[in-house]
Design a protein around this ligand. Structure first.
Ligand SMILES: Cc1cc2nc3c(=O)[nH]c(=O)nc-3n(C[C@H](O)[C@H](O)[C@H](O)COP(=O)(O)OP(=O)(O)OC[C@H]3O[C@@H](n4cnc5c(N)ncnc54)[C@H](O)[C@@H]3O)c2cc1C
Length: 382
């Protein structure tokens, strides 16, 4: 595995880093405190071509590598976790249409998603189903010229801001994964509405709302892939979402480490910097090593995604599992190094911790990933 970056990958990393430092970082605390959606940040990313970076011609101008995507995500997360999560969600939704869409669906949706004229969301979770899609209740009844969609989705990132939602719903009353299908649902279809914004512990800048579907007539041509194919399709989309989540974790942890290193040198007690204490030195070393390990696992998962045949995204899920738990640990230690000051809103360290905590719950939880990977390892899945 070649770990060197191509000229294009370096350029994308630098561009994301520049936008993160100049545009995202100065607004990150305010977005977090005011629960404001990062519209302006996403506009700047769209202008730089970042929102369509994985969408190739003729639908976009991108076609960048998966590694470019994770490098960019890490840079964004260092400055603003909310913008990074919104970005990953959008790119993953667009990727779903790129992977599974018909030529008509691609032509209809991808150009606007690539330019950032429209934002994407990915809606699976429901109030009564949680982490397990087998418990979904949203139902799309097959009618001659449309599917009649009823139900609701909860905790959806970008909800209400996104114009295009990938929605998982049952199309068959029978139990089992073959009853689940994926649809492209436009937010402006009659019967689509949004619940109030739920205030979370972290990722405060990302809208987190319920989406309600009441007798929504989803055109038949908006079925993504074949009926009953939601689970395999979600594996493909989920691989990118998992890699993005891992990259957010690495970015948050890296920012926390950088802040801690600076603070350990600047904060003096009795004339001595706190970094002169071995306890703090150990923390810094352990944090740095853990970040390196997570980043290496992420890079190897990116490499395997690009070079392996389709299948369950095991390396991507391992990277998400490891990196998200690592980020909780590293940001927690960063807070400890900052003492009481770290526990205040004066510094971004507490925000890094709150955002990192959300990644272990986002998309597929730590427990669900362990459960799935354990079953695969023991030959119990599918
Ligand atoms: C920041 C953030 C962003 C999100 N964005 C989106 C989004 O864009 N789209 C979307 O669809 N959802 C989104 N979610 C929702 C997220 O996917 C769910 O929170 C997650 O799937 C868990 O569902 P739940 O909260 O209902 O927990 P539950 O399913 O109720 O689970 C509660 C606890 O039980 C554990 N558990 C459940 N089943 C098992 C099992 N079989 N074995 C062992 N443990 C189990 C879980 O791991 C968890 O710890 C987001 C969540 C967060 C925090």
């Amino acid at each position: 595995m070649d770990l060197s970056l191509s000229a294009e990958q370096k350029l994308i990393q630098e561009t994301a880093g520049r936008i993160a430092a100049e545009v995202l970082a100065p607004r990150a605390a305010e977005l977090d405190n005011t629960y404001s959606f990062p519209t302006e940040n996403l506009k700047k990313l769209a202008e730089a071509g970042m929102l369509g970076m994985l969408i190739p011609p003729p639908f976009g101008r991108g076609g960048a590598s998966t590694l470019s995507f994770t490098l960019a995500t890490e840079e964004l997360a260092k400055a603003c976790g909310s913008t990074a999560l919104s970005f990953v969600t959008h790119v993953s939704a667009a990727q779903g249409i790129l992977i599974a869409g018909t030529s008509e669906q691609r032509a209809k949706y991808l150009p606007a998603l690539a330019k950032g004229e429209k934002l994407g969301a990915f809606a699976v979770t429901e109030p009564n189903s949680g982490a397990n899609p087998m418990a979904l209740e949203a139902f799309a009844e097959s009618r001659p010229d449309h599917y009649l969609l009823n139900g609701s989705k909860a905790f959806i990132t970008n909800a209400g801001e996104a114009a295009v939602n990938l929605v998982m719903a049952k199309t068959d009353r029978a139990p089992g994964p073959q009853s689940l299908s994926l649809f492209i649902v436009d937010s402006d279809l009659p019967g689509v509405s949004f619940g109030k914004t739920v205030r979370r512990m972290g990722f405060n800048g990302v809208s987190c709302r319920e989406i309600i579907f009441q007798d929504v007539k989803v055109p038949r041509e908006n079925l993504l892939g074949q009926p009953g194919m939601a689970v395999p399709l979600t594996m493909g989309i989920g691989a990118l979402a998992a890699l993005g989540a891992a990259a957010i974790s690495v970015g948050l942890a890296q920012a926390a480490l950088a802040a801690s290193t600076t603070y350990a040198k600047e904060r003096k007690i009795l004339g001595q910097p706190i970094g002169a204490n071995q306890a703090i030195q150990f923390y810094i070393t352990e944090m740095s090593t853990a970040i390196d390990a997570a980043r290496a696992l992420l890079q190897s998962a990116v490499y395997l995604r690009d070079t392996s045949p389709p299948g369950p995204p095991i390396p991507a899920l391992k990277a998400k599992l490891f990196a998200s738990e690592m980020a909780v640990d590293v940001t927690n230690r960063a807070l400890q190094i900052h003492g009481g000051t770290g526990y205040t809103k004066e510094l971004p360290v507490e925000r890094y911790y709150r955002d990192a905590r959300g990644v272990t719950l986002h998309f597929s939880t730590t427990e669900l990933i362990k459960d799935l990977l354990g079953k695969i390892a023991l030959g119990l899945f599918p």
